[in-house]
Design a protein around this ligand. Structure first.
Ligand code: ATP
Length: 328
């Protein structure tokens, strides 16, 4: 496996703030890699370290096998798509996209040809003569992408690029980004605090908390086998079962997680009381209380939905109980 980006014990401290603290990372060439975590967990700083806008205070960074120390951003063969797009308002779309090539000294005809091709890639052919203000938010996002792709980077860094789009457009762009990445074979490193986005697009996900990576793995591993309660909770609103509750239910006296969709209503299950019912369209979510613990239960569409205050019985398969290292 060729490494596109490798971090060895990389730290970036700002005074007493440990923005990134001892991170090991290995992104494979051609991989779609997501950095997922809450605000302030260190994702953007990691991205800026790859781009070269930040230097590590400790540790080593390699990009395609070469030490990145002291290599300025424009020599890294890495491009960034920023959340606010950072387009030049006074330049038309074609010149916005061609900007990086102009800086490199590529002649007008060639850079316009390349920019046209990049605009076709992002499904905006013929938009070259417009100004950024004459485009929708989604179209501006595509221009920002074309502007990065025109440089033919080996690694494309994306910092919450879909954050400003509405839900429907975001879902459409998720699918387009994924197929574009597959077609071009470029390594994508994507920063997001939206777990749905990370799970749906990435080949692998690194979950960040407090400047460190708590878990790395495929979306399926992260979702089904969270190592800590933090991961279980952050990646998909899991139910956390305390060691006492687990012992009461006849399991091991350890922290465990149980996905809401793994719980069903069954006549011979454990008694609980329905406290709230939320209709979500494709499913219905119940908030229930069981032995003093609040749980969520996801019922599939079409299931009989009990009313608030009803006593119900809950069951799940033994293999859906996932024990964790700790509750941190
Ligand atoms: P968000 O999703 O909100 O962008 P993030 O996970 O990307 O969050 P970072 O932007 O990497 O987090 O920030 C990590 C921590 O480092 C935060 O506490 C932030 O305040 C701090 N930090 C980042 N850049 C600097 C800086 N230049 N000077 C001082 N502190 C900084």
């Amino acid at each position: 496996m060729t490494s596109a980006v490798r971090f060895q014990k990389v730290s970036r401290h700002f005074g007493s703030v440990r923005a990134v603290d001892g991170v090991d990372l290995d992104v494979a060439s051609g991989e779609f890699f997501a950095m997922l975590g809450p605000s302030g967990s260190g994702k953007t700083t990691c991205l800026r370290l790859i781009a070269g806008f930040e230097q590590p205070t400790a540790g080593a960074i390699e990009i395609f096998g070469e030490r990145a120390d002291g290599v300025p951003p424009y020599r890294r063969n890495v491009n960034t798509v920023f959340q606010d797009y950072a387009l030049f308002p006074h330049l038309n779309i074609l010149d916005n996209v061609a900007y990086g090539l102009m800086v490199k000294g590529v002649g007008t005809a060639e850079r316009h040809r390349e920019a046209d091709r990049a605009l076709e890639l992002v499904k905006l052919p013929g938009y070259g003569t417009r100004k950024p203000a004459q485009l929708s938010g989604g179209q501006r996002q595509r221009v920002a992408l074309a502007r990065a792709l025109v440089n033919k980077p080996k690694v494309l860094l994306l910092d919450e690029p879909l954050g400003a789009l509405d839900l429907k457009l975001r879902e459409q762009m998720q699918e387009e980004l994924k197929s574009l990445q597959r077609a071009l074979g470029i390594t994508f490193v994507f920063v997001t605090h939206d777990q749905g986005e990370a799970l749906s697009m990435a080949d692998r996900v690194a979950v960040f908390n407090n400047g460190g990576i708590v878990q790395q793995g495929t979306p399926q591993e992260i979702y089904r086998l969270p190592k800590t309660a933090f991961v279980a909770d952050f990646v998909g609103s899991s139910n956390l079962l305390s060691p006492d509750l687990m012992a009461l239910l006849g399991g091991d006296r350890r922290w465990a997680s149980l996905r809401p969709e793994a719980v069903r209503l069954a006549g011979d299950g454990t008694e609980a009381t329905v406290e709230n019912v939320s209709f979500l369209g494709a499913a219905t979510r119940l908030a229930v209380e069981m032995h003093g613990t609040k749980l969520h239960v996801m019922l599939p569409a079409g299931a009989d939905v009990p009313g608030v205050g009803t006593r119900v019985r809950l069951a799940w398969n033994r293999q859906d109980i996932h024990y964790m290292d700790d509750a941190a």
